[in-house]
Design a protein around this ligand. Structure first.
Ligand code: PLP
Length: 437
């Protein structure tokens, strides 16, 4: 399988041999081998990005939907960010002290999301969810934290459990989970653990867990249940924030106000960022020397000037794009519909899911039944091996993504979409992976 790809990528193949000698599993982020393992081929090493396209070290060009782990809403090598970074580099790139851009950047974020009464910057999303969880534990005096099955909040100990179906228990972690979009499972959790819970952490749209949209009652229900039990509700908006709208998807699209929020990715245009913040009384515990507080924060690279510059430039552009978000989401919705038409016509077992510009294609063992999609329902029919093969074959057709694909950006063109639809058609009509329903 993937013979064309193998022949066209000798440089990636050589680098992969070397990478496996120095890195565990050959990678520094597990997802970056996602897909190719199932086809016994080497992963691509990428070299250059421009707009919605990227090129590997062998010069092969791909339409990119991964967009740097969903960060590049303005496209690769955005001219505005490029220019701002060049200017910043001339002045020295990290002075390890307070800088002006961090204040301007935070003010812009707060203007977009006033519910971030106080915030802190860190370097990754994983840190931000770890700190938000720590603050919730300090504030409530409780230890236990709940998350949705399949929800990915980064590689920290507080939330790195119950990630993939069949969601086996891992004795290393001490957390509990509920089924996304399933109020009964939340109810069961609350009855059992409600009094010990410090926080319930949830992505407004479940990302890595499948690209699942919340049922209209689900997020309001979580708000009610957590409020009634003095549990802090934390929205992890590291994918959804500034992607589905200019600000918080949870608040602006779904009308639910959390106690704390985390942001990242899109916000800094592809430079390392994590943001956590929210209620001032909770965040007060991060103030140095606060009674009842504890060390929250730190990080040599927090508020890195390059990140701050990229971030505030990103927000300047995105603010002027406020109306364009509607169009972007409509284009994403339409692309998903068109992909599903192609898949249905071919009687293939894949389905496109997501919301707005979020786009994942899953191979399913059997069709999803009627009714709201829960993580559990998807988890049971989700076929990871076939999804891997499908995605690897798309790579061979010149379409790049991980984890079921990724996102649409402001710079993807209609030509990109029509080539993507052709590529999908080629894969499912000539494919060996598509088991027909
Ligand atoms: C919803 C969500 N939370 C947290 C994280 C972790 O962010 P980072 O990779 O920047 O540590 C991710 C990363 O994919 C994510 O998707």
């Amino acid at each position: 399988m993937l013979e064309r790809y193998r022949q066209a990528s000798p440089n990636s193949s050589q680098l992969w041999i070397r990478a496996q000698k120095v890195f565990c599993g050959g990678v520094n982020h597990n997802i970056r081998i996602f897909g190719l393992n199932s086809c016994q081929a080497h992963p691509p090493f990428m070299h250059r990005g421009e707009g919605s396209h990227i090129w590997d070290v062998d010069g092969n060009e791909y339409i990119d939907y991964w967009m740097t782990h969903y960060c590049m809403i303005l496209g690769h090598n955005s001219p505005q960010i490029h220019q701002a970074l060049e200017q910043r580099l001339r002045e020295g790139w990290h002075l390890g002290a307070l800088n002006e851009d961090q204040v301007i950047f935070a003010e812009k974020i707060q203007e977009a999301i006033p519910e971030l009464e106080k915030m802190r910057f860190c370097t990754t999303g994983s840190e931000s969810t770890m700190y938000a969880t720590r603050l919730a534990r300090l504030f409530t005096g409780r230890k236990l934290v709940a998350k949705a099955w399949g929800g990915w909040h980064g590689g920290n100990d507080a939330l790195g459990y119950h990630l993939k179906y069949p969601y086996t228990d891992d004795p290393y972690y001490n957390g509990v989970s509920f089924d996304y979009n399933d109020m009964r499972s939340v109810d069961t959790l609350m009855k059992k653990h409600g009094k010990q819970l410090a926080a319930l952490v949830i992505e407004p749209v479940l990302g890595a867990g499948g690209g699942i949209e919340p049922d209209s009652e689900f997020l309001p229900y979580l708000r009610e249940e957590t409020e009634a039990r003095d549990i802090l509700l934390i929205f992890d908006e590291i994918i959804t924030g500034f992607r589905l709208c200019y600000g918080s998807a949870g608040i602006q699209l779904y009308g639910v106000k959390p106690d704390l929020q985390t942001h990242g990715k899109v916000l800094a245009g592809g430079l390392p960022i994590g943001v956590y913040g929210g209620r001032e009384d909770v965040m007060a515990l991060a103030v140095p020397g606060a009674p009842g507080g504890r060390w929250v924060g730190g990080g040599t690279f927090s508020s890195h000037p390059l990140t701050m510059t990229a971030g505030l430039t990103t927000l300047e552009v995105l603010k002027s794009y406020k109306e364009k978000y509607v169009t972007l989401n409509q284009r994403g919705d339409q692309l998903r519909r068109q992909i599903n038409n192609v898949l249905e016509r071919a009687n293939a077992n894949e389905r496109a899911m997501g919301k707005g510009s979020i786009l994942f294609i899953h191979s399913l063992k059997e069709p999803l039944k009627e009714g709201p999609i829960t993580a559990g329902k998807l988890g049971k029919v989700f076929d990871i091996e076939k999804t891997n093969v499908f995605q690897s074959r798309l790579l061979e057709e010149g379409v790049f993504g991980y984890h079921g694909l990724g996102v649409v950006s402001f710079v993807h063109t209609e030509d990109d979409f029509s080539k993507t639809l052709n590529a999908i058609e080629n894969v499912v009509t000539t494919g060996t992976n598509s088991v027909k329903h």
